[in-house]
Design a protein around this ligand. Structure first.
Ligand code: ADP
Length: 162
């Protein structure tokens, strides 16, 4: 079975990520969405919370499973015998960073290929950062995230206020 891995911070998962997950799941036999512990970013949600939110969003997709990993993406792929990495490209601004990551991963492990999916037009402006900013000031973010994520965002910011 060909296994594909979609790594990211998913802090939190947005409808843009979900669009990529659903489309990638149609192409690949098995898709693992993996929450990576990125040491360069200070996340709002813990890894466990992000995994739970992703699980809530992906319940209905049978060939998708959710995991987390603290380490290099290529090492995770090797462990899972995965040969394909999935990433989403929103705009030209994503390209420079994404090509660098893809080429580094390929240099580290030549057996691994990165496949880019172009973001759906509806979600090209959307990022986890923008969603967090909007939710922090009490905006309705239901257009951008699923109800479980919206509830978790409001709860998180309410707890931070107390
Ligand atoms: P990372 O910190 O690894 O960039 P993110 O969670 O921000 O993690 O993004 C994970 C992947 O999802 C990246 O390939 C990113 O380009 C893609 N992505 C982020 N937002 C969207 C969106 N709105 N539509 C499609 N893909 C997206």
């Amino acid at each position: 079975m060909r296994v594909a891995v979609y790594p990211g911070s998913f802090d939190p998962v947005t409808r843009g990520h979900l669009d990529i997950i659903k489309r990638a799941a149609r192409i690949h036999e098995k898709l693992i969405v993996v929450v990576m512990k990125n040491s360069a970013k200070k996340p709002l949600f813990t890894v466990e919370e992000r995994v739970e939110l992703l699980r809530g969003c992906c319940e209905g997709i049978p060939n998708v499973c959710i995991d987390s990993y603290d380490g290099l993406t290529v090492n995770y792929c090797r462990m899972k015998h995965a040969t394909l990495l999935v990433r989403g490209l929103r705009a030209v601004s994503d390209f420079e960073n994404e090509i660098q990551i893809a080429q580094t991963n390929h240099a580290l492990m030549p057996g691994i290929e990165t496949m880019f999916l172009a973001t759906g037009m509806r979600w090209s402006y959307l990022s986890s950062t923008i969603v967090k900013e909007a939710a922090r000031y009490g905006s309705d973010v239901s257009k951008f995230v699923t109800p479980n994520v919206e509830a978790a965002l409001h709860e998180k910011f309410k707890a931070q206020e107390e």
